[in-house]
Design a binder for this molecule. Structure first.
Ligand SMILES: [Cu+2]
Length: 157
């Protein structure tokens, strides 16, 4: 019995993540002037996101994880649909809906914690900023306008 307890205790602290750090360099879409860098750090229950954006032009911009890492289209359409989460079921939180970025000035510093997400599962996908305000974090996606900046989620080992 003691042996099983020990194994249980060990395993609750050994949830292994292949990647601990990620980085995204945002490039403009649809001829916007928006750029930015996003730093991702894997923590126990999610990802710490720290970012700096340049030239946001509205008070709020929707911010999402999209399924694909294809940046070859100027309108950002290569990034495909929104990312829902690995084990998404109807009614669950939509993990790719990161809510809205609130603009500060020419430069905007932004920080968030993305619960229940791992860098492993989003590596190679993309992060996208939209022209308009979207829905609140983890709720259903609402139409948030054109894609104005996007970047592939890269990993750092
Ligand atoms: Cu989106």
């Amino acid at each position: 019995m003691k042996k099983y307890l020990l194994i249980l205790l060990l395993c609750s602290s050994c949830i292994s993540h292949k990647y601990q750090k990620g980085i995204v360099k945002l490039e403009p879409n649809n001829n916007s002037k928006i750029s930015g860098i996003i730093y991702l750090t894997q923590e126990k229950n999610g990802i710490l996101l720290e970012a700096e954006f340049e030239n946001l032009n509205r008070k709020f911009h929707a911010f999402h994880i999209h399924q694909n890492g294809d940046l070859t289209k100027n309108d950002g359409s290569g990034t495909g649909p929104h990312y829902y989460g690995l084990n998404y079921k109807e009614g669950n939180q939509i993990l790719g809906n990161l809510g809205n970025i609130k603009r500060e000035n020419k430069y905007t510093k932004y920080q968030d914690f993305l619960e229940n997400l791992t860098i492993d599962e989003i590596a190679g996908r993309s992060m996208v900023i939209h022209a308009k305000k979207g829905s609140r974090k983890y709720k259903n996606f609402v139409d948030s306008g054109k894609r104005i900046a996007s970047g592939v989620i890269g990993v750092i080992e």
